[in-house]
Design a protein around this ligand. Structure first.
Ligand code: GCU
Ligand code: CA
Length: 441
């Protein structure tokens, strides 16, 4: 439960659609279950610039988040995406307090992620986010099942979360206002490591209606357009609303959605937010703009529309086990970009150097193991594979041209129901390749 559940008389809860059916599971569903899960409708809520609400009209902000709580089940609301400018004046603690009274803790009800805006920063020149981190610290988010990671690793300036909804996996990357090159590089690494997740970018300033600004142009060119799994970007900052639907270099369409209703002089515009329902059966995103405080929709074409052909990426089959979760005759490293999880096993360069993980199988019988690996050397790294102590063969692990080029190789094995030990042991003096993960299918 969030605190401050009291709303003004107009804050009547209203279901978006009577046809939406609640489902039992919230939070993250293990990958293996994602496909078995019914492909249900689900809803994302986008909160545009709440800065003046935090400053002057906290009741409209509270009404928004109260509505999210009340409708969580009926509308299957799975995430709140705050596109930044949580507050107007970051040096005014009361504005942060007003925002927190509305947002509650991210683990309270519907989880949320924030892409801090220019007003949330200490200074737009330094882009320091001390006050944002004091009020929305990383530690507040790490307990979420959907929490993925942050950059820098000890701060919440930039963050990614993952969740499963509508029968597929989603990755939300939230980048602080005006991302710099190292932040964009981090985001690229995160998106690359989640090829079977549908990527969503949340960032404050990206486009003004249907025209990208300098940040949006840079983010499109250097991040969003580059990945086949990008589907949406959400931003605010400009008092406007617009959508750009555009194909990236891999041919996938990315819907880039912007809205901001902030008004310094009037309360009511600040009370609107986006309520967006994905329907897997029709493959559509139904976008509505609603004020819980006024119980009113904006129904003009810029604010109420349907996006077709979202074409989400199917979830990975089987389950993944990261080599960093096992034992490694060498070191768990993270210096070669592009790996999945938090690192990889870099075995010592010697015969017999091994990496071992435990994988789980639902049933006994034939299974395919897919190893993610990199071999930046010039020759094969032949390595024996054994399952539950029995050698099943030797895989060559041919060169991948660079230590940052990650490839896959497969082997068919038999697994027991339950836990199985997978051990890779180098047969030559070069040791094993860098070992990232094993997928079981
Ligand atoms: C380099 C590289 C390592 C790799 C090693 C090797 O040192 O940085 O990631 O494991 O080569 O040859 O095994
Ligand atoms: Ca090595």
């Amino acid at each position: 439960m969030r605190i401050a559940k009291i709303i003004g008389g107009l804050g009547v809860a209203l279901a978006i659609s009577a046809s939406l059916v609640a489902t039992a599971s919230y939070g993250q569903v293990p990958r293996a279950r994602a496909q078995a899960q019914a492909a249900e409708n689900f809803t994302l809520v986008m909160l545009p610039d709440t800065q003046y609400a935090s400053e002057s009209w906290p009741e409209v902000f509270r009404a928004q988040m109260q509505w999210v709580d009340d409708q969580q089940s009926a509308s299957n609301i799975r995430y709140v995406l705050h596109v930044g400018d949580v507050v107007d004046n970051s040096d005014q603690q009361y504005q942060w307090d007003n925002s927190k009274s509305a947002m509650g803790l991210p683990a309270d009800d519907v989880p949320y992620i924030i892409g801090p805006g220019n007003h949330d920063l200490d200074s737009t020149t330094t882009r320091a986010a001390t006050r944002y981190n004091l009020n929305y610290p990383r530690a507040t988010f790490t307990g979420l099942p959907s929490f993925g990671g942050t950059y820098p690793s000890t701060q919440n300036d930039n963050a990614y979360h993952t969740f499963t909804a509508g029968g597929v996996d989603w990755l939300v990357v939230a980048l602080k206002y005006a991302p710099n090159d190292s932040e964009i590089a981090w985001a690229n690494q995160v998106v690359s490591a989640h090829p079977k997740h549908n990527a969503i970018l949340v960032t404050h300033a990206y486009q003004n209606g249907t025209t990208k600004d300098a940040n949006g142009t840079k983010l499109w060119t250097n991040l969003v357009s580059r990945h086949a799994n990008f589907r949406f970007t959400f931003s605010g900052h400009y008092v406007n609303a617009g959508v750009i639907s555009q194909q990236g270099v891999n041919g996938n369409t990315v819907h880039q959605i912007q809205a901001d209703y902030q008004s310094l002089s009037q309360r009511d515009p600040n009370s609107y937010m986006r309520v967006m329902t994905y329907n897997p059966t029709t493959d559509t995103l139904d976008v509505k703009t609603y004020s819980p405080y006024l119980n009113r929709y904006m129904t003009d074409a810029k604010n109420q529309f349907v996006l077709n052909n979202i074409n989400p990426v199917s979830p990975a089959t089987g389950s993944r086990t990261e080599f960093e979760s096992g034992t490694c005759d060498g070191t768990i490293d993270s210096n070669q970009a592009g790996f999945s999880g938090t690192g990889f096993c870099n075995t010592s360069n010697m015969v017999g150097a091994a990496a071992q993980v435990t994988v789980s199988a639902d049933t006994s019988g034939a299974a395919k193991l897919t190893f993610g690996y990199a071999n930046g050397g010039s020759s094969d790294r032949p390595t024996t594979v054994s399952v539950n102590g029995t050698t099943v063969g030797t895989l060559p692990f041919p060169p991948t041209a660079a230590w940052t080029n990650w490839a896959t190789t497969t082997v068919n094995v038999n697994l027991n129901a339950g836990n199985n030990t997978i051990r890779l042991s180098a047969t030559t003096a070069g040791g094993a390749p860098n070992l990232d993960y094993v997928d079981v299918a």
